[in-house]
Design a protein around this ligand. Structure first.
Ligand SMILES: C[S@@+](CC[C@H](N)C(=O)[O-])C[C@H]1O[C@@H](n2cnc3c(N)ncnc32)[C@H](O)[C@@H]1O
Length: 307
C-alpha cells in the first residue's frame, strides 16, 4: 500500500500543530513527491539481512584518517560546479543515495521518488531556518562540505552573514566561488573540530548549524562544545544521528545504534548536553526525530542555547 507524507505528518515530526507549519515548508511539501511504501514480510527481512551483513563487514570508521576522502569528494562537486557554469544544484552531496530504502516512523520504507531524501531535507532546512534562525546576525555552519545548506540559508536569511567551516580546504574554495559567481554573502574558513581555532570569534547574535558533521568526530566532541560555550552563540542546531535516542529494545533502532558503534559515529553527545542542562549551563530547546537514511536516523535534530 502506498502512503504519502502530508503537511500533518511533517508537523508531527517537527512537534507543532499543522496550522503552525511555515508557508515555505507547506509549499515544498505539497510540491514534492513524498509517496512511499512500508517494507513488510520478506522485503523487510531482506532489508534487515542487508544491514546485518553490513555490520559484519569491514567498514571505514570516522576519525582524522578520513579527511582526504572528504577533500576528494567535495573536489568532485567543485569540478562539476565550475563545469556547469556555477549551478548550485551541482553541490548536492554524492553520499545522498537516490532510490534507496530509508527509515521513517520506525519502519523501513521505499520511497516512490528518487529524490525523497533530498526533498525531505529541503523541508527540514526551510523549517530550521525559519523557526530557529530567524533574526540571527550570522550563521556558522561547521562541517559545511559543499556549502549547499548555506545556499538554501541565503534564501531564508537574506540579511545574515553566512560562514562555512570545514577541515577540507576545498570547501573554502567552493564558498569563494559561490560568493564570486552566485552573489551569495558567504565566506569560508578551514577549521578542524578536533582542534577548534581559538582565534575564530562569532558575530553578535550568531546561529550555529551542523548537519551530519558531528557523527564524524565519534566521541571527541568535548573541544567543540567548550568552544561553543565560550563563544555563547544565540542558538545552536545539530541535525545529527544521536546514539542516545535509539531504543535498544526496538529492532530498527538497535540496528542503527549498532551501525553507529561499528563506524565510530557520534556517541555520548546528547548525554553530555543533558548534563550541561542539569548544570544550568545550557537550555535544550527542542529534540526531534524526523527520518533517516538506510542505516541510521541522521536527521534527528537538537536545538539548544548557552545560558
Ligand atoms: C556528512 S558531511 C556533511 C556535510 C554538510 N554538512 C551537508 O549537510 O552536506 C560531513 C562533513 O564534516 C566534515 N568534517 C568531518 N570531520 C571534521 C573535522 N574534524 N573538522 C571539520 N570538519 C569535519 C567533512 O569534511 C564533511 O564536509
Amino acid at each position: 500500500m502506498t502512503s504519502t507524507l502530508t503537511v500533518n505528518d511533517f508537523a508531527r515530526h517537527f512537534g507543532i500543530p499543522e496550522h503552525d507549519m511555515p508557508a515555505a515548508c507547506r509549499e515544498l511539501i505539497l510540491g514534492r513527491d513524498f509517496r512511499y511504501r512500508v517494507m513488510t514480510g520478506a522485503e523487510r527481512d531482506a532489508v534487515i539481512l542487508r544491514v546485518l551483513k553490513t555490520l559484519k563487514a569491514d567498514l571505514e570508521v570516522s576519525g582524522p584518517g578520513r579527511q582526504p576522502r572528504w577533500e576528494a569528494g567535495w573536489g568532485e562537486n567543485l569540478k562539476e560546479f565550475i563545469a556547469s557554469n556555477y549551478d548550485p544544484s551541482m553541490l548536492v552531496p554524492k553520499f545522498v543515495r537516490r532510490k534507496e530504502i530509508i527509515r521513517l516512523d520506525g519502519e523501513f520504507v521505499l520511497p516512490e521518488s528518487e529524490t525523497f531524501e533530498t526533498d525531505y531535507v529541503c523541508v527540514l532546512r526551510a523549517w530550521i531556518f525559519s523557526r530557529f534562525f530567524r533574526g540571527v546576525g550570522a550563521l556558522y555552519e561547521f562541517g559545511v562540505g559543499s556549502g549547499h545548506n548555506l545556499v538554501e540559508a541565503a534564501k531564508y536569511l537574506p540579511a545574515a552573514k553566512l560562514v562555512g567551516l570545514d577541515w577540507a580546504q576545498v570547501s573554502k574554495q567552493i564558498l569563494d566561488e559561490l560568493r564570486l559567481h552566485c552573489g551569495i554573502n558567504v565566506e569560508g574558513h578551514v577549521f578542524d573540530l578536533n582542534k577548534p581555532d581559538p582565534s575564530l570569534q562569532f558575530e553578535p547574535g550568531a546561529g550555529v548549524l551542523t548537519i551530519g558533521t558531528l557523527e564524524q568526530i565519534g566521541g571527541n566532541f568535548g573541544p567543540f562544545i567548550d568552544f561553543l560555550l565560550e563563544r555563547k552563540p544565540k542558538v545552536c542546531v545539530h541535525v545529527e544521528t544521536l546514539y542516545e535516542v535509539y531504543d535498544q529494545d526496538n529492532l530498527v533502532d538497535w540496528l542503527a545504534a549498532a551501525y553507529l558503534e561499528k563506524r565510530n559515529y557520534l556517541r555520548g553527545f546528547l548525554a553530555r548536553m543533558r548534563e550541561l542542562e542539569a548544570e544550568r549551563r545550557i537550555r535544550i530547546i527542542d529534540l526531534r526525530r524526523t527520518f533517516g537514511s538506510f542505516y541510521h536516523d541522521g536527521y534527528t535534530y537538537l536545538v539548544w542555547e548557552p545560558l
